[in-house]
Design a protein around this ligand. Sequence first.
Ligand code: ADP
Length: 372
Amino acid sequence: MVGGGQLARMTHEAGIPLGLKFKLLSDTPQDSAAQVVSEVVIGDYRDLDTLRAFAQGCDVITFDHEHVPTEHLRALEADGIPVRPGPDALVHAQDKGVMRAKLAEIGAPCPRNRIVSDPADAAAFAGEVGGFPVILKTVRGGYDGKGVWVVRSEADAADPFRAGVPVLAEEKVDFVRELAANIVRSPHGQAVAYPVVESIQVDGVCDTVIAPAPDLSEQLAGEAQQLALRIAAELGVVGHLAVELFETRDGRILVNELAMRPHNSGHWTQDGAITSQFANHVRAVLDLPLGDPRPRAPWTVMCNVLGGDYPDMYQAYLHCMARDPQLKIHMYGKDVKPGRKVGHVNTYGDDLADVRERARHAADYLRGTITE
Ligand code: ADP
């Protein structure tokens, strides 16, 4: 796996019961996955020679992030190394412009959008979609809301163009909530769909995921799953695909973006589904039959644990574990920095209000924002 973050750490964990040999290319020995994987190469994934040396002896390569240059992935494929997902699929998760063009071609519902060349062109786009505010995004390099601007005037539109990366303009969708449709697809074309979840963001960062999305009509949930399966098939995705969606006030779904790797909106599956997203990603990448994606409980809630003012979160374990014996804690081994994602908790059960309260409490207590 290329990339040493928490997604690699948890994918590695899912491979252990299968007896897999897991090799990691990581930026530093301190990275979340590098701390726990036995075979670690420290190096820069942007360097082709490093990637080639790393790939020696690997049966297949997969990723914990989308940043490996497309041309490097093509070079690995030309060397005969299976890359999953492959570069032709992955480019749609790397470049929002390419993604929007492809989704338009296959008729997937999206916010109105186009590439804009400068602030005046962004203002022209605003005119086409009913006026400001509009959303501007750099097509590459954004994450957790970085690289996304809500722009209210032409004068306001200068920043996104400073990076020298093409800028995509989108209508600002009046959404009631954000959903995610997560599926896993294998090279032989088998696919499984997880229940559609609601994902709640705070300050542009995923805070809570509720599985399944409360009060989502069966019709819209089915549509979202079908859409994700169709996108995966049309783009040739192998492995886990997260389709982030907006649910609009008038009951439609629109695609926000795609992630082709295990995803934060799927962390609930570790404890809430029969087969986790990590286990199914591993199976897909190895072209093994996929596991059952169905939930184990009526409700599962995931809350991310962000770093707070206390560097030692382990002190909080005593209280959290004593309060809720069913609580599942997943910490990533990262140094605590304020606002940084350092772990998550999962809770499940029959009563949504109770399940939510327990997850919220544990995440807040671990962060140190509450003390009882
Ligand atoms: P990132 O790559 O950082 O995850 P996203 O494209 O998912 O960026 O955008 C981050 C957030 O910005 C979204 O979760 C959503 O809240 C908001 N956003 C993005 N695009 C739109 C849009 N077209 N309309 C309204 N809000 C949007």
